[in-house]
Design a protein around this ligand. Structure first.
Ligand code: ADP
Length: 631
């Protein structure tokens, strides 16, 4: 039988795995046991839904065997098994989805701590084995097959005789070297310890023939005798069925990491049970770090669904709203039909009620975190806040009431994250609206000319740095009867009556100059105005109500978004020297007004982060000015 090569990138990844010295190499056992447990779940499910596949629950188990003589560790399960094609696709290609990304990360920091995230579990066995044989027989097949590989140069699949269904994995442990010793994986105590540590809650017995010493019954004075005895190494009670008060943080964390393929401890555990029309237990987790593919189409959200402790499906999307898609976990209900399919799940009234209830619980848990563990909440928010903001924006704002108290923004006060509630509660007495400013980052926003006078008057400003921010508050329209107001849109209403009068006067006196500027820029701006938001800066760009400058930027990056434009207004600071200069130019040299207006407009564009329409012309104009000034 010819040897087959691993797909190119699988091979490179394997090389890395085989040759890296990894302190946590022991996790290979947890990965293999977890695969076996999944395979048993699948078989049990088949047995309940298809009478051709009946099996006794007692026959579902995992067996470990140590063969010291041949330096082998053997792991068998009576699960669903794999046929030839499945061996090929499941073990011949590494982690179909995440492999490239995984390899990149590995090469970047040579850190194997991320194994779990990428579903390359099986291959972790190559950290301790020089050769792996997987003997398997699918419950749908008469024939068994063996997959053999030393990881380095491909794999082989051969037909074998296998009497029972399931999978047997034989690990030929690596030879010891001066740096590395693998003997511990041939020690009973070590294997027991690893099973306890990582796989205690696995719901099928994990058994091993163990040596037990017994008193010599014939003659008690003699040395005790050693006998072999099959022991079950795990306690088998699913974690979510146990009492909350009896579960340690470690147990919750290990379960999470093992089951949901994350190396980091979760940020928050939500474990509860509900009695009612649909009774269920839930064990939910909020991860502490954003999964590497969270914002890509590849990320699959959803909860695992169990019915009466029987695994039904992975990633049931309909149990959780899109904006809480970061939550991982499982639901176990005694009231659901075992034959429930994804299609039924979507329409089922009972499931919809379940989903609503889960959503409420998650929301409460987050509110609780915000209230009682602020630092943790902020950590959570940095990882997943974007998801909440998209949630507000999506579906025409249908979920805004659910989410508005969970979102936060960095504000001009203290540079810290604040909630809308906190903002509104400390608004100044005369303040009518919630001010916000958009920009690429906080530092840039702080330098915006448009916020000068607001800051001067000590109004708090929310800093919007994500594209979705402004869209989200536009959908909300208001929070607690307070409208949202962009610092560079419309009128900020910052002037006192006196100031207003004075401004009107200035505008009147300079009406023709402003008109000339407006004409000069007629294709670019809707209006040129005396500004009341500037203090020390000469000019700034604002927009009239409606589409804002930031929204224009975001929309222009979308297909067909180019047509949507903000109506731009150039504002000039009447207290800046440039204003007097413009007045003088207009009186003595009116033909220059066009060029000057254009220069000011271009500067305002630059400050706003827009591209200059004609950078060459702008550069030439500045040069001309420099030359003139020094003649
Ligand atoms: P993951 O478990 O993340 O999918 P693995 O590399 O650990 O990635 O396993 C790849 C696939 O091989 C599994 O998804 C499963 O379909 C199959 N597999 C692994 N071990 C077993 C087993 N003991 N019995 C049946 N199928 C298995």
């Amino acid at each position: 039988m010819a040897k087959k090569q691993f797909k190119a990138e699988s091979k490179r990844l394997l090389d890395l795995m085989i040759h890296s010295i990894y302190t946590n190499r022991e996790i290979f056992l947890r990965e293999l046991i977890s695969n076996a447990s999944d395979a048993l779940d699948k078989r049990y499910y088949c047995s309940l839904t298809d009478e051709n596949h009946r099996v006794n629950k007692e026959d579902l188990k995992i067996q470990l065997e140590i063969d010291k003589e041949n330096r082998r560790l053997i792991l068998s399960d009576t699960g669903i098994g794999m046929n030839e094609a499945e061996l090929e696709t499941n073990l011949g290609t590494i982690a179909k989805s995440g492999s490239l990304e995984f390899k990149k990360k590995l090469e970047e920091n040579n850190d194997l701590d991320i194994i779990g995230q990428f579903g390359v579990g099986f291959y972790s066995a190559f950290m301790v084995a020089k050769k792996i044989i997987v003997e398997s027989r699918s419950i749908n097949s008469e024939q068994g097959y063996a997959w053999t590989s030393n990881g380095e140069d491909g794999y082989q699949i051969t037909p074998i005789l296998k009497e029972d269904f399931g999978t047997k994995i034989i690990l030929d442990l690596k030879d010891n070297t001066e740096e590395e010793n693998y003997d511990e994986f041939l020690e009973e105590y070590k294997i027991k310890q690893l099973v306890k540590k990582y796989s205690d809650y696995v719901r099928y017995p994990i058994q091993m023939e163990c040596e037990v010493s017994k008193p010599n019954e014939e003659d008690e004075k003699e040395e005790p005798i050693t006998v072999k005895e099959t022991q079950t190494l795990n306690s088998m009670i699913p974690l979510w069925k146990r009492n909350k008060s009896e579960i340690t943080e470690d147990e919750y964390n290990e379960f999470y990491k093992n089951k949901f393929m994350d190396w980091n401890d979760p940020l928050k555990v939500i474990h509860y049970s509900v009695e009612g029309t649909t009774s269920y237990r839930a064990l939910l987790y909020i991860p502490s770090k954003t999964p590497y593919n969270f914002y890509s189409a590849e990320y699959e959200s959803g909860l695992q669904l169990y019915s009466k402790g029987v695994f039904i499906m992975d990633k049931a999307k309909d149990l959780i709203p899109e904006y809480f898609r970061f939550v991982k976990g499982l639901i176990d209900s005694d009231d659901l039909n075992l034959n429930i399919s994804r299609e039924i799940l979507q329409q089922d009234r009972q499931v919809k009620a379940l989903a609503r209830n889960i959503e409420k619980k998650i929301k409460n848990a987050l509110e609780d975190l915000l209230k009682n563990e602020r630092e943790k909440y902020e950590e959570f928010y940095k990882s997943f806040g974007l998801s909440l903001k998209y949630g507000i924006y999506s579906d025409y704002g249908m979920h805004k009431d659910q989410l508005q108290d969970l979102i936060m923004f960095v504000s001009s006060k203290e540079d810290k994250l604040v909630t809308l509630k906190e903002y509104v509660e400390r608004m100044k007495e005369d303040q009518q609206v919630i001010y916000y400013a958009c920009g690429e980052n906080i530092e840039q926003i702080k330098k915006l000319p448009q916020i000068e006078r607001l800051m001067d008057k000590d109004y708090e400003i929310l800093f919007f740095t994500d594209d979705v921010d402004e869209f989200a508050v536009q959908v909300m329209q208001q929070y607690n009867d307070k409208q949202f107001k962009s610092v560079n849109q419309g009128d900020l209403d910052l002037d006192s009556e006196d100031e207003k009068k004075q401004k009107e006067e200035t505008a009147k006196q300079n009406a023709s100059m402003l008109e000339a500027m407006k004409n000069a820029l007629s294709s670019k701006v809707k209006d040129v105005k005396i500004s009341s938001r500037l203090k020390s800066h000469p000019v700034c760009l604002t927009s009239e109500e409606g589409v804002s400058l930031e929204m224009e930027k975001v929309l222009s990056q979308m297909p067909n978004g180019n047509e949507i434009k903000a109506s731009r207004v150039l504002e000039i600071n009447p207290n800046h020297e440039i204003f007097t200069t413009m007045q003088n130019v207009y009186e003595s040299n009116p033909e220059l007004i066009n060029e000057y207006a254009d220069l000011l407009y271009t500067q305002a564009l630059l400050i706003e982060g827009f591209k200059v329409e004609d950078p060459i012309q702008y550069a030439n104009e500045i040069c001309n000015l420099m030359i003139k000034a020094n003649k």
